[in-house]
Design a protein around this ligand. Structure first.
Ligand code: GLN
Length: 478
């Protein structure tokens, strides 16, 4: 069932929140041994579902009444382990809820469990999790994408109607494309980062997965808005985000030519063309736009993201958080804790980030990356003078096989070539399932100007209506 249906039925008293939870748990029980979307389940979920009924009886207005939600395991949940997919935090139980979790609970949602991810959200396949990989519900030999692979897989498998992820360079959109789900990253600052474990703070945003545009908009509405506890949170009012397909017909969409020139597998280009043709036939205007600096986005991203990560991850010293190695002195304690606690990709990022920030290399690497970041943001701003939305692939290929890229960081990073620029520029974007290649889902990406997330939902709604939800089915699991 969709989140909207669940919430309506629960509010009308036609469905018990406990029954909605039971449906979700039974899908998890049936399929999660195979998929491994979850790291842990919420042992208090049943009690929380029962409390929703009480709150409705007391007249509370609950837009997500009884909706089961899966939450990526780098988002703090009070009293519930938040591991970040890392050995260093394997037993860490946060003393507080992230703002998004608080908002979900306030809206009547029930947190079902915490989903798998690449360690500290660094990766594109969920294979860099201390807890082992998640499998793509469309093909268990393949990765669900990453780093929010667990959340994407949970929604694709129908375990929950919606899920939260985090998107620093594409970690919501790329797994959404790989699993045939909708994956939304808001404008930087639109949704509070308070309680999201920091990876690269100037890029991180919390985003949402869903199987319908209406569900996506509903959850985004609940999550968006100013939060004084996040210094980068925006003060702007949040408009009504309910999608309106009619409004989309008046939009002009710019196709970003650089993203279609080469390197895409055939189904990817075909999905972009098919998406365009559908919308064009419905009256949407399309133009070609060019962003020449996009080709430097990946390099700039992997400098900025690693630099910030190297600094953010300094807090895991065996003293403040998480696991601690036994050692003779303070220095040894820190070294041992980090040596044992971090996996190979996290270590690689810390090394790269520390290197590019070090004196003598700062100007050549980190400083230049910041300049490229500015160029890219300027080029986006110029492109939005010609178009209301931009269209690109989400990722150059459909889901790849597990094991095929883990030993080749460059290959893995290339999976993000179409998503990272959006984070560098702080823009909102949405991955929409729009085709299949050899039975695997393929996504396209729409990008909007700052704070114009409604346009993304309008266009997605129009496409969903025109295709009658054909690309938004749950994965064919048995
Ligand atoms: N895959 C990208 C990376 O490894 C993006 C990660 C993310 O968005 N959290 O950095």
């Amino acid at each position: 069932m969709y989140a909207i249906e669940i919430a309506e039925k629960v509010r009308r008293g036609e469905l018990d929140p406990e029954a909605a939870l039971a449906e979700s748990l039974s899908r998890i029980e049936r399929f999660d041994e195979q998929v491994r979307a979850f790291i842990s389940l919420n042992p208090r979920a049943a009690g929380e579902a029962a409390a929703v009924r009480e709150r409705l009886r007391n007249g509370e207005d609950l837009p997500l009444a009884g909706v089961p939600v899966a939450v990526k395991d780098n988002i703090s949940t009070r009293g519930l382990k938040t591991t970040c997919g890392s050995a260093i935090l394997r037993d860490f139980v946060p003393p507080y809820d992230a703002t998004v979790v608080e908002k979900l609970r306030q809206a009547g949602a029930v947190i079902v469990g915490k989903t798998n991810l690449d360690e500290f959200a660094m990766g594109s396949s969920t294979e860099f999790s201390h807890f082992g990989p998640t499998r793509n519900p469309w093909d268990p030999k393949r990765a669900p994408g990453g780093s929010s692979g667990g959340s994407a897989a949970a929604v694709a498998a129908g375990m929950t109607p919606v899920a939260l992820g985090s998107d620093t360079g594409g970690s919501v959109r790329q797994p959404a494309a790989f699993t045939g789900t909708l994956g939304f990253k808001p404008t930087y600052g639109r949704i509070s980062r308070y309680g999201l474990v920091a990876f690269a703070s100037s890029l991180d945003q919390i985003g949402t997965f869903a199987r319908s545009t209406a569900d996506l908009a509903l959850v985004s509405q609940v999550l968006s808005g100013h939060d004084p506890r996040d210094a980068t949170s925006l003060a702007e009012e949040v408009p009504r985000l309910q999608p309106d397909a009619g409004a989309a017909r008046r939009l002009r969409v710019g196709v970003v030519s650089e993203t279609l020139e080469s390197g895409n597998s055939p189904g990817v280009g075909a999905a972009v063309t098919a998406f365009r043709e559908r919308l064009e036939a419905a009256g949407v205007e399309f133009v070609e736009v060019s962003l020449p600096s996009l080709r430097y986005a990946l390099a700039a991203y992997y400098l900025v993201a690693t630099a910030e990560a190297s600094s953010n991850l300094a807090r895991y010293d065996g003293v403040h958080y998480g696991s601690r190695a036994a050692a003779a002195g303070v220095r040894e304690l820190i070294e041992e804790t980090r040596e044992r606690g971090f996996g190979p990709e996290v270590k690689r990022r810390i090394l790269m980030g520390t290197f590019s920030l070090s004196s003598g290399y700062y100007d050549a690497y980190y400083g230049r990356a910041l300049k490229v970041r500015r160029l890219i943001a300027d080029e986006f701003a110029r492109a939005f003078e010609e178009a209301d939305l931009l269209l690109t692939p989400t990722s150059p290929t459909p889901a790849f096989e597990l094991g095929s890229k883990v030993n080749d960081p460059m290959e893995m990073y290339l999976s993000d070539v179409d998503t990272v620029a959006v984070n560098l520029a702080g823009l909102p974007a949405l991955s929409i399932p729009a085709g299949f290649e050899a039975g695997l889902p393929v996504g396209v990406q729409l990008i909007a100007p700052p704070l114009q997330e409604k346009r993304l939902f309008d266009a997605s709604q129009l496409f969903e209506e025109l295709t009658e939800g054909a690309f938004l089915q749950t994965a064919p699991l048995e």
